[in-house]
Design a protein around this ligand. Structure first.
Ligand code: NAD
Length: 494
């Protein structure tokens, strides 16, 4: 497979955009030029550093929390309509700056430009949705059962929040937390992933332009996540930790948060089953598979990880999907016609190679792809593997890359057991034309989200999140703002 456009030279447009991205820490409304050791941000399509930015220390982290704590009362007292209008302005500005944000995400994360544009749409919707929710925070009012008083139930902002985001959706994972926090009246410290901090810095500048007051949003990229985070999480002024990332890191953070009895939201890893029944519309299933597997180069928590296909249609499904995979164009996300980009780093490439080798050693066959092409950048060929045997690593681990692994089943019970045989429970996909069977699967597959005859479920208006070791809490939907509100009950005697 040839790789399109991995030229190491930045275009004039790319250089001009990168020059406009802030390179400092954003604390208390001030951009602080970092004089210390810096973070070099790479273009994963070339492996070249495209920009250097300030690297926050643990002291910087505490100063960011100082700023968030100092701004907390004023922001909580700001009228909901004012908070709503600032978020709405941020949404409008994001539409105006859409091309810049899309290109920046492609540069630091690698996804094809069309997908980066899709992320601007998706990420922006959280700003619009929560601007609408900010003015609908309500409570209850009623007589107590004894008739001796009135019970008033209200919602208050939880207080200063620490938001930790991953590299795979640099904009949307930030807006999915920042927008509901601000709508609820909370101030925040944001720690973006060190691999993709540029989008968050650029977004902080947008929020400033939209009128977010100093101290309400603070951004501290760092290469020492643990050292910077621990003192913030241990500080009694912090009231909420929201994390999106891997399950192992989530477990560590939950233990740390326990010391301070913090409210937490945990959006963790996934290992999504993609079940295709014998009565499925195979065209739809193949289309759904391409979306659920290869969007974001397979690096999504919602990515289909295990294709569990009825034995009577498995060969035909594999043949059709292989044809589509061979038509993908691998390359730098800015390249003409590129539909799949590089992985995030060399560790990810090594992990794909190891997963394929393990599956093959246990009896699987590679129908297409399976190796990392020679040359610059962190590319791995989109891959289809069939006859995957129980016990293979690829069924246990979150693949987080472009490998579509197929195993088979014969009965519905077997399909459900296979779907549930994982510690994760984020999302499941089911393809069947039998509605009753679809509903049975919705009930029996143990996940926080399901796609019935579709390979894409994310929507700002829907509650996103998992069960089991995929996490705690929900982002988006009517539920999302409640992660940043605490319930207060008052009794007023009659
Ligand atoms: P990661 O867990 O390595 O890192 C996530 C973030 O945590 C980064 O900002 C990182 O710097 C920070 N971090 C790492 N160790 C830390 C520590 N000890 N203390 C404080 N912060 C720490 O995950 P990643 O590789 O960036 O992202 C991929 C993972 O995220 C996958 O497992 C994916 O499924 C998951 N994810 C989940 C969702 C969801 O909504 N459920 C969405 C996107 C990604």
């Amino acid at each position: 497979m040839t790789i399109v456009d991995t030229t190491a030279e930045l275009t004039a447009r790319e250089s001009e955009l990168l020059a406009r991205v802030p390179d400092g820490l954003y604390i208390g409304g001030v951009w602080e030029a970092g004089s210390r050791e810096q973070i070099g941000v790479q273009d994963p399509a070339t492996g070249r550093v495209v920009k250097r930015i300030a690297n926050a220390t643990p002291e910087d982290g505490i100063r960011a929390l100082d700023a968030a704590a100092a701004a907390a009362d004023d922001w909580a007292a700001t009228a909901p309509r004012v908070r709503a209008e600032i978020l709405r302005r941020a949404f409008d500005l994001l539409q105006e700056r859409r091309d810049d944000f899309a290109l920046l995400m492609t540069l630091e994360m690698g996804k094809p430009l069309a997908e980066a544009n899709g992320e601007v749409t998706y990420g922006g919707e959280f700003l619009r949705w929560f601007s609408e929710e900010a003015v609908r925070i309500s409570g209850r009012y009623g007589q107590n059962p004894e008739g001796t008083g009135t019970m008033v139930v209200s919602q208050r902002p939880v207080g200063p929040c620490y938001l930790i985001t991953p590299w795979n959706f640099p904009l949307a994972m930030a807006t999915r937390k920042i927008a509901p926090a601000l709508a609820a009246g909370c101030t925040v410290v944001v720690k973006p992933a060190e691999l993709t901090p540029l989008t968050t810095l650029f977004f902080a500048q947008l929020l400033e332009d939209a009128g977010v007051p100093a101290g309400v949003v603070n951004v501290i990229p760092t290469s020492t996540a643990r050292a910077v985070s621990e003192p913030i999480i241990a500080d009694p002024r912090l009231r909420k930790l929201s994390f999106t990332g891997s399950t192992p890191v989530g477990r560590t953070l939950l233990a740390q948060a326990g010391q301070n009895v913090l409210r937490t939201s945990m959006e963790l890893g996934g290992n999504a089953p993609f079940v295709v029944f014998e009565d499925a519309d195979l065209d739809k299933a193949v289309e759904g598979a391409m979306l659920a597997k290869f969007r974001n180069i397979g690096q999504a928590c919602t990515a289909a990880n295990r294709f569990i296909v009825h034995e009577s249609v498995a060969d035909e499904f594999a043949r059709r999907v292989t044809e589509k995979v061979q038509a993908l164009r691998l390359g730098r996300g800015t390249g003409d016609g590129v539909t799949i980009g590089p992985l995030i780093d060399d560790r990810a490439v090594a992990s794909m190679t190891a997963l394929v080798e393990d599956a093959v050693a246990r009896g699987a066959r590679v129908l297409t792809g399976g190796t990392a092409p020679e040359g610059d950048g962190y590319f791995f060929e989109p891959t289809v593997v069939v006859d995957v045997q129980p016990g293979s690593e690829i069924l246990r681990e979150e693949i987080f890359g472009p490998i579509l692994a197929i195993s088979t089943f014969s009965t519905e019970d077997e399909a459900v057991a296979a779907a549930n045989s994982t510690e994760y429970g984020l999302v499941g996909y089911v393809f069947t034309q039998d509605l009753a069977r679809g509903q049975r699967l919705i009930d029996r597959v143990d996940t926080g989200m399901m796609g019935l005859n579709t390979g894409l479920v994310s929507n700002a208006a829907a509650p996103f999140g998992g069960v089991k070791q995929s996490g705690l809490g929900r982002e988006g939907g009517l539920e999302g703002i409640h992660e940043y509100l605490s319930t207060k009950y008052t009794l007023i005697p009659a």
